[in-house]
Design a protein around this ligand. Structure first.
Ligand SMILES: Cc1cc2nc3c(=O)[nH]c(=O)nc-3n(C[C@H](O)[C@H](O)[C@H](O)COP(=O)(O)O)c2cc1C
Length: 323
């Protein structure tokens, strides 16, 4: 059995955590399936109204009595949704982004609610701030990650964050989709993996069917980080870009982000049509580089078990090859 320090900290069996992804991608069914299989499922609460947040957390508890987490983005926190999370007392809070004062404030409030706190960071400076804020564990996110991702590749950021974190466990994020990539992250000092894209391509995830199909169809090199999606959504995420699968909308606007505000209404109408018609050409196909290695839609619980078993097998096999 693959067990690491993070398993003890979170009360889970295998070191696989499903990344908290915004409300349109995660739901109670996905979270519970991952937790029930021995990993940690995390409900993304960015953009989730308070009443829906309460209902989804209630539903998670109906589906599993295992630990689970919630995710919030500190510089874009919606106070009433945060309050709904705090009142529900989930065992784990995970956070992303924010200035040092915001980081300290959200970590303190989650700790007061009795939760373990994991902070996702993209740079060494952010890791220092998250540790100073009192985070119990960190996620070192590499530039390979899907959605909003930082500038530093995982092979560089992970060992640097591990060195800084000392006794605090570090999860690796960005491009991890299978047993071998989990094993590689463990070799670099990670205590486990925080995986988003792999769990989008599951029957349980709330991603649109066209999004799931695009992940399965993507090859290596088919994702690109850009400012296109934030320009379209009119959202400000300093220091990070959005990694997504290339599609006609992205190809049209790459390098022309400045022109998007003037065309926003027209582009949005196209996106809404595409969402209704499940057309991958004009929707935000957020995904990490690991999409190029995903070839099928698989149940989330099965993925947790298979990835843990494959990572264990890979580590044992390599151990035997060393003389
Ligand atoms: C569709 C999507 C939505 C995301 N939304 C969030 C979010 O709301 N909060 C957050 O902390 N990270 C979010 N992320 C980033 C993940 O936390 C994580 O860093 C990333 O999925 C890891 O890389 P991978 O997708 O290659 O596994 C999102 C990622 C994706 C793919």
């Amino acid at each position: 059995m693959l067990r690491t320090r993070v398993c003890d900290l979170l009360g889970i069996e295998v070191p696989i955590v499903q990344a908290g992804m915004a409300s349109e991608f995660t739901n109670a069914e996905l979270v519970a399936a991952v937790s029930e299989a021995g990993g940690l499922g995390v409900l993304g609460c960015l953009g989730r109204p308070p009443s829906e947040t309460e209902a989804e957390i209630r539903r998670i508890r109906e589906l599993t009595d295992r630990p689970f987490g919630v995710n919030l983005v500190a510089h874009r926190i919606y106070e009433r949704t945060f309050e709904a999370c705090l009142a529900a007392r989930p065992p784990v809070f995970t956070f992303f982004r924010g200035e040092p004062e915001q980081m300290a404030a959200v970590v303190a409030r989650a700790h007061e609610a009795g939760a373990t706190v994991i902070y996702q960071v993209t740079t060494v400076a952010e890791a220092e701030a998250a540790l100073a804020a009192g985070a119990d564990a960190l996620i070192a996110q590499g530039a390979e990650a899907g959605g909003h991702a930082g500038p530093v590749p995982l092979l560089s950021i992970l060992p640097a964050v591990v060195a800084l974190a000392g006794e605090h466990p570090v999860l690796a994020a960005g491009g991890i989709v299978d047993g071998p990539s989990l094993a590689a992250a463990l070799c670099l000092g990670a205590s486990g993996a925080w995986m988003g894209t792999r769990f989008l391509a599951t029957p349980e995830s709330r991603a649109l069917p066209a999004h799931k199909r695009a992940i399965v169809a993507a090859g290596p090199g088919d994702t690109v980080p850009s400012g296109v999606w934030d320009a379209l959504w009119d959202t400000d995420w300093p220091g990070v870009l959005v990694r997504a699968i290339r599609n006609p909308l992205l190809e049209r606007w790459l390098g022309r982000e400045d022109e998007i505000p003037a065309a926003r209404a027209e582009i949005e109408a196209g996106v809404e049509r595409a969402q209704r018609e499940d057309d991958p050409a004009e929707i935000d196909l957020l995904a990490g580089v690991g999409a190029g290695r995903i070839t099928s839609i698989e149940p989330a619980g099965q993925l947790v078990r298979e990835i843990a078993a494959d990572a264990e097998r890979v580590l044992r096999e390599w151990g035997q090859r060393v003389e």
